[in-house]
Write a protein that binds this ligand. Structure first.
Ligand SMILES: C[S@@+](CC[C@H](N)C(=O)[O-])C[C@H]1O[C@@H](n2cnc3c(N)ncnc32)[C@H](O)[C@@H]1O
Length: 374
């Protein structure tokens, strides 16, 4: 995830993992700012982070306790999801980014972590993304939570949708002319599909993906079993990436654990564009129809929407969980101050009406958590 964020333009200042092999791999390929440390040490890590004052904390708390391959019971690892939330609350960065398996959305660990973060003032965009629509030759679906202080939930949804490609990235897109016609990837469950064609993305890479083809399996001629490096490429890593780890299983575990760098890069870019005010959230739902149902004419409703968008541009794309703070933020802006009195009043009304619209449709918007992996 760090590697992808770095490519998006983030400056990395500190990284942690408790596993030597992961730390070595990070140090050699990404940078020396990595520490082997147990992230359950909330006091120790928290005080380091509080001193560093990062603008963002990103993490992928271990997922075995929720993942399909795991026991589906919440155990010790799930506590790291809460540890992540607590570290964010201690350091209080503007942004956080968390990755996990889809099942985390229904876990009690995330429910608790979510509450901790919400109470600390973070707004969320919770989304399920499919890496193959973000430049990765793998149909890997994962849950991402992007939080920013003070925002309204869903604040980044429209930008994540805009960053998604229309087509999936295929194995041929990745390997080019060298791409074998078909590859064998050992399936999670025996009866699942195991042979993948060049014109499709690979399935989710797991630690056992490289187990050899069993004798009981017949595969089309020309089907190959990939190397570790090639599986790393399917996860979006460069061909010359150095994987540390004593055993093949360790290295495969590390590859399978990773957030594909191109996906992290795409999300990182969306975050930076919003941070710099280059991207403005799209107006959600059918705001104009709602205004017309409340008695505005078509023309007035369209003007109201235009004033809202103007306010959003002035605010550099920020949304506010509390509309009173949004109006205050507008009023503090010199550009706003210089506008005609009537325009200012129309903008305030537009912002308030939109907040009312969102609140009235909040249940619907909440139910519609972004699923771009469907
Ligand atoms: C799902 S992987 C995330 C991989 C990687 N951070 C990324 O962004 O691609 C979870 C990682 O958490 C690490 N981990 C597990 N328990 C930990 C702990 N108590 N403290 C720190 N890291 C831990 C594992 O070694 C593993 O590398």
């Amino acid at each position: 995830m760090s590697f992808g964020l770095k490519k998006a333009g983030f400056k990395l200042v500190q990284a942690y993992d408790a596993w030597d092999a992961a730390v070595e791999t990070y140090r050699e390929n990404v940078g020396h700012h990595v520490w082997r440390h147990d992230l359950n040490d909330i006091m120790g890590v928290g005080s380091m982070l509080a001193k560093l004052q990062p603008d963002m904390i990103a993490g992928g708390p271990p997922c075995q306790d929720y993942s399909l391959a795991g026991r589906q019971e919440e155990g010790e690892n799930a506590s790291l999801t809460k540890a992540f939330a607590m570290l964010v609350v201690i350091a209080r960065p503007q942004w956080f980014l968390m990755e996990n398996v889809e099942q985390v959305a229904r876990s009690s660990a995330w429910a608790e972590a979510r509450e901790i973060l919400q109470r600390a003032g973070y707004g969320f965009t919770e989304c399920k993304l499919d890496a193959s629509y973000y430049g990765v030759a793998q149909a890997r679906k994962r849950m991402f939570v992007i939080g920013r202080l003070g925002e309204r939930d869903g604040f980044l949804t429209s930008s994540l949708i805009a960053a998604r490609s229309d087509e999936q990235t295929t194995l041929r897109d990745l390997f080019g002319e060298e791409c074998p016609p078909s590859i064998f990837l050992y399936p999670r469950f025996r009866r699942n599909k195991a042979v993948w064609l060049a014109d499709e993305p690979a399935p989710t890479i797991i630690a056992s993906s490289l187990k050899p083809i069993p004798d009981t399996h017949t595969v089309p001629e020309g089907t190959v079993v990939l190397t570790e490096g090639q599986v790393g490429q399917i996860q979006g890593f460069p061909a010359d990436w150095k994987w540390h780890g004593q055993t093949k299983h360790d290295r495969m575990q590390m590859i399978a654990n990773a957030v594909p760098p191109p996906l992290a890069q795409a999300i990182g870019r969306v975050i930076l564009q919003r941070e710099s005010g280059e991207s403005i959230p799209a107006v959600q739902g059918n705001f104009t129809r709602w205004l017309m149902q409340r008695g505005q004419s078509n023309q007035v409703a369209r003007n109201t929407k235009a004033q809202l968008q103007r306010a959003r541009r002035l605010l550099g794309g920020r949304t506010f969980a509390d509309v009173r703070l949004e109006v205050i933020a507008l009023e503090e802006m010199v550009e706003f101050e210089e506008l005609d009195r009537k325009v200012k009043s129309n903008m305030r009304v537009a912002v308030r009406l939109y907040a009312e619209f969102l609140d009235s449709s909040m249940q619907r918007v909440k139910a519609q958590k972004l699923d771009l992996a469907a």
